[in-house]
Design a protein around this ligand. Structure first.
Ligand code: ATP
Ligand code: MG
Length: 177
């Protein structure tokens, strides 16, 4: 594989420090036995997962991001959720803003054109808080006082696997209009 640089990539909403602290608060408000908390520095909302990409695939993906027309929006993080099969407890939005659906749809369509196998299930806004969660824990109701996340950009992120676990690094960001 000499000379072939491969990166594990995904598009995400990447929180600013204030929002990151708010998400960390939401994480602290639940106790999950034997689960693995996501490192606060890693908290994010995945838009599209790309997986292992070579330089040409990354370039094509960046072109898709460049050409996408997204508008800024405020995301209300107003609920916890649990997915049994991937064993994750997440925080997210009961109502994904239409502008976010639209951005994800543009990315998916463009990426399919790059040859990526993209998700076809409906997009669900979620920020994974814990992994290896066996059953839904008790969670507070946060619908009356949601965390407001002003989303002004989206990011291309690389995932690097360290012995200590995955570490994410923002490679590029695109502003929303
Ligand atoms: P690790 O896999 O090392 O335990 P991780 O899941 O945090 O750590 P990645 O697998 O690189 O790291 O995932 C990066 C992001 O993409 C995470 O938000 C993850 O949930 C999401 N993701 C990973 N694999 C997929 C997939 N097959 N489909 C959709 N999203 C995925
Ligand atoms: Mg993973």
């Amino acid at each position: 594989m000499a000379g072939i640089e491969v990166q594990r990539l995904f598009f995400a909403l990447w929180p600013e420090e204030v929002v990151r602290r708010g998400l960390a608060d939401l994480q602290r408000q639940v106790t999950v036995d034997r689960a693995r908390a996501v490192a606060v520095a890693n908290l994010h909302a995945t838009l599209v997962f790309l997986g292992a990409c070579d330089a040409a695939q990354r370039l094509c993906a960046e072109g898709v991001a460049e050409r996408s027309v997204g508008r800024r929006f405020d995301l209300a993080v107003d609920q916890y959720g649990f997915w049994r099969r991937p064993q994750v407890l997440w925080a997210g939005s009961a109502q994904t803003p239409p502008t976010l659906f639209d951005l994800v749809a543009q990315l998916r369509a463009g990426l399919a054109g790059c040859g990526f196998t993209v998700e076809t299930r409906p997009f669900e806004t979620h920020i994974t808080l814990f992994r290896k969660v066996r059953k839904m824990p008790l969670v507070p109701n946060i619908s009356a006082s949601p965390l407001s996340w002003p989303v002004r950009s989206f990011a291309l992120v690389t995932s690097v696997t360290d012995p200590a676990g995955a570490r994410y690094q923002v490679l590029r960001e695109w502003r929303l209009a």
